[in-house]
Design a protein around this ligand. Structure first.
Ligand code: NAP
Ligand code: MG
Length: 501
């Protein structure tokens, strides 16, 4: 057994005693069938605080055997349990309760998220935690509004449709928004009456486990939500291949998304994939330059750039390119890098040593490709996985730093000639998750928004998301739409009933 973590050292600066107490209960176990249990193998792994490289917690390492148990629990809760068949108004109340509990524990969850992931505390407080609560509340509202239809069939028949839950859902999520991704996945699945096995990312399992505790506290029946931390190829792979799972929802890399699609063929699972991006942010000269620069910075540097819809390719009209790149670089240089628990910190560490190496590798690739470093371009040094916000100028869309998802604080600025050129270059990517256009010309804004091949387009803003509005990709950014009423389609199936009169 690994040595117990030194919680006071690893979580130095945390103010919430609930966080310290949670971390001290070690190891953190798997949630299966309403109970927290050790992994069958007895194995544990470490969850690290990326700001100081200390071990925050030991976490039970789920694998295929534990996924099997979780499938039994989820199947039992679906086939014999009350969850899918209870009065919708009652099921809604459970989800409202989860939202209330997230809010009641918001500061604790924000600290835990920042410790495990490294994102600045202001982000956890303003974005991750409140948006997670709002997502549960939004889908709680839908529970009583999932309608079928009555159809004008032959007069001798009464024909109607039922929108029924899919069954047992496997949900595999990444480390960039751990609590929020758990909420985006769980809330619509539960609203529709499904039962779930959730696998958080190995880098950030803690808030999903804490959410599991809150879900039990809210009183959801045992086995409705199971949370199994573990590694991708073992725990994740077992979910993708398991014949007892009816649907898999995945957020993460395009590469793994393809693996999951293949593995799911065995029992023809329904699949939804929310994958990577290399989103264009297009700046025309007739815009509020100050706002455009500020927004582009947020768009590419938030969560240390580890955001699937990050605006990593910033296309700027050639006449204002120098001026814009200069302002962006100055802004990047001014961002305060430091202890993510400090409310003044604007940029924390990237999530892991592996991600640090990967991002620094791309910084080197950019330099080798001949792009110019206008800001950052190096690590911050010292303990923790800190990388300075980096702006490359002189980038062309063919370079690897403009084509491959870096998932770190690295912006590629690229000049364009005119509207056609901006759209052509913007669409010249294998991805299609998001895009933005900045202009005061309404006609141009709408024309460009129509022509961009992306699941979300922002006009004169960047990165706005809302539980009411669908989110998902074109091209290799995946398929299926999360959020909004569209997510209900992922988690229901339609039955047509004919009654002879
Ligand atoms: P990843 O491997 O795609 O991880 C996402 C999730 O999938 C994690 O829970 C992971 O588990 C799991 N997983 C990994 N291999 C699996 C497999 N063979 N079968 C089933 N599940 C599997 O992403 P990553 O390695 O953490 O990051 C690599 C790159 O992916 C990033 O640099 C970025 O480009 C991209 N990414 C995109 C998003 C997004 O929101 N679109 C999010 C994260 C990463 P483990 O954590 O245990 O491996
Ligand atoms: Mg961690």
């Amino acid at each position: 057994m690994a040595a117990l973590p030194k919680v006071e050292v690893a979580a130095a600066g945390a103010k919430q005693s609930a966080v310290i107490n949670f971390l001290k209960e070690s190891p953190k176990n798997l949630l299966i069938g309403g109970k927290f249990v050790a992994a069958k193998s007895g194995k544990v792994f470490e969850s690290i605080n990326p700001a100081n490289e200390e071990v925050l917690a030991l976490v039970a390492e789920g694998d295929a055997a534990d996924i099997d148990e979780a499938v039994k629990a989820a199947r039992g809760a679906f086939e014999q349990g009350r969850w899918p068949s209870m009065r919708p108004a009652e099921r809604a109340r459970y989800l409202f309760k989860v939202a209330d509990l997230i809010e009641a524990h918001s500061e604790e969850l924000a600290e835990l998220e920042t410790l495990d992931n490294g994102k600045p505390i202001w982000e956890s407080r303003v974005v991750d935690v409140p948006f997670a609560a709002e997502t549960f509340r939004y889908y709680a509202g839908w529970v009583t509004k999932i309608y079928g239809e009555t159809n004008p069939s032959d007069p001798s028949m009464f024909n109607f449709t039922l929108h029924e839950p899919v069954g047992v859902c496997g949900q595999i999520i990444p480390w960039n928004f751990p609590l929020l991704m758990a909420s985006w996945k769980l809330a619509p699945a539960l609203a529709c009456g499904n039962t779930v096995i959730l696998k958080p990312a190995e880098q950030t399992p803690l808030t999903a486990l804490r959410l599991g505790e809150l879900i039990l506290e809210a009183g959801l029946p045992d086995g409705v939500v199971n949370v199994i931390p573990g590694f991708g190829p073992t725990a994740g792979g077992a979910i993708a291949a398991h014949p007892g799972i009816d649907k898999v929802a995945f957020t993460g890399s395009t590469e793994v998304g393809k693996e999951i699609l293949k593995a799911s063929a065995g029992n023809l699972k329904r699949i939804s994939l929310e994958l990577g991006g290399k989103s264009p942010n297009i700046i025309f000269p007739d815009t509020d330059m100050k706002r455009a620069v500020g927004s582009a910075m947020m768009g590419v540097f938030m969560t240390q750039g580890q955001v699937c819809c990050a605006g990593t390719r910033i296309f700027v009209e050639q006449g204002i390119y120098e001026q814009f790149a200069e302002a962006l670089s100055q802004g990047a240089q001014k961002m305060t890098l430091g202890n993510p628990l400090d409310p003044k910190t604007k940029m924390g560490p990237v999530v892991s040593r592996e991600q640090y190496d990967r991002v620094m590798g791309y910084v080197k690739i950019g330099k080798d490709e001949g792009a110019k470093v206008a800001a950052g371009g190096e690590a911050a040094g010292g303990k923790g996985y800190f990388i300075k916000p980096t702006v490359f100028t002189g980038v062309c869309n063919e370079m690897r730093i403009a084509r491959e998802e870096i998932f770190g604080p690295v912006a590629a600025t690229i000049p364009f000639k005119d509207e056609d050129d901006a759209v052509l270059q913007g669409n010249d990517t294998t991805y299609g998750l998001a895009a933005a256009v900045w202009t005061r010309d309404v006609s141009r804004a709408v024309r460009v928004a129509r022509r961009l091949k992306a699941g979300t387009v922002w006009v004169n803003t960047y990165g706005v998301l809302d539980p009411i509005s669908p989110f998902g990709g074109y091209k290799q950014s995946g398929f299926g739409r999360e959020l909004g009423r569209y997510a209900l389609e992922l988690y229901t199936q339609v039955k047509s009933v004919f009654v002879a009169l």
